[in-house]
Design a protein around this ligand. Structure first.
Ligand code: SAH
Length: 348
């Protein structure tokens, strides 16, 4: 199979042009056709020479992803189940935020992290999602929004998979989506979310771009965190915090902690105090997330009063926090839910 044209970063396209006897500046027009005019075929790139179009078509595929299903929530959230060339499926979500349109992409086919509350881990990882497949998830949503002349302004790698278990493809995706001549999604408008892989955090700290980092924390001590997030057994909080120290030192950027409130598991005032003590003094804020119910799992949502109590306890302890709204509650919005339902339906 030929590689996809969407796998190439801008400098890689320039190199390809030079290696094939074309001028490097053709990459400029090509990127515009791919990401700004968003045409579906090399033939439509009318200001590129026929020989360049032929050379591109003989070296690269230019297919989009196939939409298997699309659910639209009453709050505007759209969830897409998209099929890749090898028939694997990924979930991609569009969220309507007060600040713009944000797309959540999946970085792996299934996930091996095994978090107890997450639907993604119900199906183990079969492979990484390649950069072109992540880019095409976003392009798919952008093309859907094109019908209403709307633009994707934000991107989060928070779908199925652990991005730091697929580091290089995720970084190339960021480079491609960020490029000025492409979709030009600002680096400060992009977020990578990890369950806490220290080596990935350290590498990410040294990247030249200003992409945000989110850490799925979900518990304030090792015992509890290890019981719901197996990654913590390999890399306990001490190691996570030491990687974050490195990140703060080198990137100078704020980190977001994600904390799902799980009823009677991690939601008490004592937990909030323990959390505040753990992260006091760090350049962070905490995003309190309502739990999206997953049928197969024993967890329940907390009441709004309990969530408020947790939030207030953090605030009084001097920790900045937000109580996040639930998106797409009336569709299969929890990570991996739509895919796992579809796969079960198909008896795969
Ligand atoms: N592996 C990465 C990114 C994917 S998960 C990570 O762990 O961060 C993206 C976020 O959704 C994580 O914070 C994850 O813990 C959270 N999440 C998973 N299942 C959820 C559920 N059922 N309800 C609410 N949030 C969930």
């Amino acid at each position: 199979m030929k590689p996809s044209i969407y796998s190439l970063t801008y400098p890689q396209l320039e190199t390809w042009c030079i290696d094939h006897g074309f001028k490097a500046f053709h990459a400029k027009n090509l990127f515009r056709w791919l990401y700004q005019k968003r045409v579906d075929s090399f033939n439509l790139m009318s200001d590129l020479s026929l020989s360049l179009r032929d050379a591109l078509a003989s070296d690269f595929e230019m297919k989009g992803l196939i939409e298997v299903e699309k659910q639209v929530s009453s709050d505007g959230t759209r969830k897409y189940l998209l099929q890749l060339e090898d028939l694997s499926m990924v979930e991609t979500v569009l969220m309507v935020q007060p600040y713009g349109y944000s797309v959540c992409i999946s970085s792996q086919i299934g996930c091996n992290m095994g978090c107890a509350f997450c639907a993604s881990g119900l199906i183990k990882k079969s492979r990484d999602v390649r950069a072109d497949e992540m880019v095409r998830q976003l392009l798919h949503v952008q093309k859907d929004l094109d019908q209403d002349a709307l633009r994707v302004s934000h991107m989060v790698v928070m779908g199925i998979g652990e991005p730091f278990d697929n580091y290089d493809h995720v970084m190339n995706t960021i480079r491609i989506l960020n490029h000025d001549l492409g979709l030009a999604i600002g680096s400060r408008h992009m977020t990578v979310s990890t369950c806490g892989v220290p080596a990935g955090i350290r590498k990410f700290a040294l990247e030249p771009f200003q992409v945000n980092l989110a850490i799925s924390l979900h518990a304030p001590n090792d015992e509890l965190r290890s019981s719901i997030m197996p990654i913590n057994r390999a890399f306990p909080l001490k190691e996570l915090m030491s990687a974050l120290e490195f990140y703060f030192k080198h990137s100078n950027r704020k980190v977001t902690y994600e904390y799902i409130l799980l009823k009677d598991v991690n939601d008490s005032v004592a937990h909030a105090k323990e959390l505040a003590a753990l992260i006091r003094g760090q350049h962070v804020y905490v995003n309190l997330i309502p739990y999206n119910k997953v049928e197969e799992q024993p967890f329940e949502q907390v009441t709004p009063q309990q969530a408020q109590r947790f939030f207030e306890t953090l605030r009084k302890a001097g920790i900045t926090a937000t109580l996040r709204m639930e998106h797409g509650a009336d569709i299969d919005a929890a990570c991996g839910q739509l895919r796992s339902k579809k796969l079960k339906g198909c008896q795969i």
